[in-house]
Ligand binder design. Structure first.
Ligand code: V47
Length: 389
């Protein structure tokens, strides 16, 4: 499963990216295919030359993917927001029976299936399903949910449950994380979303998500998934109390695991939204910080195929510009997202395929529809008329 730089991808720009003097040594390393160090990452986070950084990251992304920018027709299902944890950054969760705030919900398997039907009818090739650590759902619920969707929609990729949910589901079923993953895989699980990574630093975690699995546990779960052939994403929640060094270290820990397994598909930076939660941070990251973070991720994570510009958290204009800062995946149509909209995201509820294609073209990219495994999708006339190319 080891991933490699795709040497067959056509180089699309031979132009040497222009950078000011402070970034010249790093440019030399990037142009010569040498891995960036922790110190390089810190230099990049402090560099004045944000445009130079962006052009270097864009050059690197184009060397790997040519002009291709990937998108997916997908929808989100949140099966519940009742949670046994109370992460300070999270605006999504509610405590069942104990929360004075309105907005708690839990869906039956039939209700989840109904949402899956609607998403599949729209022509989706992927369903992204996350919830919370529900205090009462039995192990069967999770297996039945996947099996029901898998039976009704055998071709749709099921990207379900963060690492933290997998630990919870395993505990509920009296299973080890590996056994839980195997049972879920047997029921239809294809890939894991990258959530729950937050910042892979246990000091930061003890403030922003006390009680959640440790950094090592998050990484261990993804390692196990990769060993079972379940590929996954990795997120980073940034722009709250973490330091820039902790962001670099987060990337390095992911890079190390990817060297071992090659199982990660994409890195997804998630900019922090400070509304409706108790973490005392006045504002999330600004656009320059967001663009810088995407570009640095592109350069540091040399063994990840894609950095995702997740327009839901970035806003559409910043996500579009992130395509000039090394991102090569615009995510998707994203029907029915809740986690970030409840935290104050002001982006729309969904984008049409025509919008995604237009935004990518306008940024100088060539839109390529992908599925949950980044395989190209070819479409015929109707919404359901699609196949892996
Ligand atoms: O783990 C929660 C984040 C994640 C806030 O894998 C917040 O393709 C910002 O993982 N401000 C869940 N972020 C969502 C997630 C995800 C989303 C899109 C694509 C993929 C993928 C994965 O959302 C959580 C947490 O890191 N989150 N609250 C907030 N206030």
């Amino acid at each position: 499963m080891r991933q490699r730089v795709d040497a067959t991808t056509p180089a699309c720009s031979d132009e040497i990216p222009y950078v000011t003097r402070e970034l010249e040594p790093i440019r030399e390393k990037v142009l010569n295919g040498r891995r960036l160090s922790r110190e390089d990452g810190l230099v990049l986070f402090q560099a004045q030359d944000v445009l130079g950084l962006g052009s270097l990251a864009r050059w690197y992304a184009r060397r790997r993917h040519g002009p291709c920018v990937y998108y997916v027709v997908n929808g989100h299902i949140n099966y519940s927001n009742y949670c046994t944890l109370a992460c300070a950054f999270c605006s999504f969760y509610r405590r069942k029976g104990k929360d004075p705030r309105p907005g708690g919900f839990e869906l039956s398997v039939d209700e989840v299936l109904h949402q899956a039907d609607e998403i599949a009818r729209s022509g989706a090739t992927e369903i992204h399903g996350v919830g919370a650590l529900h205090p009462e759902f039995p192990f069967r619920y999770y297996v039945d949910l996947l099996r029901a969707i898998r039976q009704r929609h055998p071709r749709v990729g099921l990207k379900f449950f963060t690492a933290v949910e997998i630990y919870h589901i395993g505990k509920v079923g009296g299973l080890s994380p590996r056994e839980a993953l195997l049972a879920l895989q047997e029921a239809g699980l294809d890939t894991l979303p990258g959530g729950g990574a937050e910042i892979l630093d246990d000091g930061v975690r003890s403030v922003i998500c006390a009680g959640k699995e440790t950094s090592a546990e998050w990484l261990a779960l993804h390692r196990t998934a990769h060993q079972l052939g379940i590929r996954s994403n990795a997120t980073m929640l940034y722009g709250h109390i973490e330091t820039l060094a902790q962001r670099v270290d987060h990337m390095l820990r992911l890079r190390e695991l990817q060297d071992d397994t090659g199982g990660f598909l994409a890195f997804v930076p998630l900019s922090y939204h400070p509304v409706n939660n108790v973490l005392k941070v006045e504002h999330g990251p600004g656009a320059i910080d967001e663009l810088r973070t995407h570009a640095i991720a592109r350069l540091m994570l040399d063994n990840f195929a894609h950095v995702k510009a997740y327009w839901v958290t970035l806003t559409i204009p910043v996500a579009q510009i992130a395509l000039a800062y090394g991102a090569s995946d615009f995510d998707g149509t994203v029907l029915q997202e809740k986690v970030h909209h409840m935290a104050g995201a002001r982006s729309p509820q969904a984008l049409s395929v025509a919008d995604l294609q237009r935004l990518i073209c306008e940024a100088g990219g060539e839109p390529v529809e992908r599925d949950h495994l980044y395989r190209r999708i070819r479409r015929g006339g109707g919404a359901l008329d699609w196949r892996v190319a």
